[in-house]
Design a binder for this molecule. Structure first.
Ligand SMILES: [Zn+2]
Length: 286
């Protein structure tokens, strides 16, 4: 990495720091902000590029629980997948949840950087990490290739090393992903055999058609809704696995942290489960 490394002596401990600008350059080399969707808000949300950073926390969501963890651990930077300020704001007063979070981060000397849709379409990107987590070990290709560079794109599709039943595939996927209250919901015959697997980290119902056209036996993604899922199942045999949104993107955090592997910077991946859904009830009258 072409950047200056400043060593700081701290008693017997010797820790390494990089400037925030250096770190941003490292992340943007892999996750080019130009690849982000036009509606997206990626990059630095707060932080001074001249700040020296020694600890970087990786998390899916920029929420209060993650800010608590960063402040407690002494992180100088939080890297998240989701943007804090996706829609334009006219101020960040501490009277709103997002404003309060910005105040806490700035007061605590913590920068916030986001790689969102630019990380989704990167090679490797968010769906590569998801694909590996659910058991795909072989070559992967984008489900919806980017027009300018077909190696990149949304979603991934690949083959399992051997066919397994949908039940077995789902059990393996559940094991490979972090646990959530929502768990995994499946649509399909549990005994049907699956080999070709399509995945998309985050809300992936826009790729339902692409998954079918690509010949997927099963499509695993998040935030599937009743009507698109029901109509999709009526039209063919591709099974669906719906996973908690947070869990589909969490595996990517380790990939992003690996970018700092050789720098000596301390990294930590937040295990705070920040999925929106926190418990389920299965009681029913029928
Ligand atoms: Zn997401």
């Amino acid at each position: 990495m072409p950047c200056a490394v400043a060593a700081i002596s701290d008693g017997n401990l010797r820790s390494v720091s990089l400037t925030l600008a250096d770190l941003v350059r490292t992340f943007e080399d892999r996750y080019d902000p130009a690849w982000a969707e036009s509606w997206d808000a990626v990059g630095l949300a707060c932080g001074d590029p001249r700040a020296e950073i020694r600890r970087v926390l990786f998390a899916v969501d920029p929420v209060a629980e993650v800010a608590d963890e960063a402040l407690e651990w002494g992180a100088g930077l939080i890297v998240t997948h989701h943007p804090l300020l996706l829609r334009p704001v006219h101020g960040v007063p501490a009277t709103t949840p997002k404003g309060r979070l910005v105040h806490r981060l700035i007061t605590g000397g913590v920068a916030l950087f986001t790689a969102h849709t630019n990380a989704d379409v990167a090679d490797p990107g968010v769906s590569d990490a998801l694909a590996r987590a659910v058991g795909l070990t072989g070559p992967l290709r984008p489900l919806s290739p980017s027009a300018d560079e077909p190696r990149r794109g949304l979603g991934r599709i690949g083959e399992l090393s051997a066919p397994v039943t949908l039940r077995e595939f789902t059990a393996g996927a559940a094991k490979g992903l972090p646990a959530t209250a929502a768990g995994l919901r499946v649509a399909g015959d549990p005994e049907s055999l699956v080999r070709t697997v399509a995945v998309c980290g985050g809300a992936g119902d826009s790729l339902l058609g692409a998954a079918r056209e690509a010949g997927a036996d099963v499509y695993l993604t998040a935030d599937l809704r009743h009507h698109p899922a029901s109509e999709f199942r009526e039209e063919g045999s591709t099974a669906l696995v719906d996973v908690a949104h947070w869990a589909t993107e969490w595996p990517w955090l380790d990939d992003a942290a690996q970018l700092l592997r050789d720098t000596g910077i301390e990294t930590r991946i937040s295990t705070a489960v920040t999925d929106a859904w926190t418990f389920q009830s299965f009681e029913g009258s029928t």
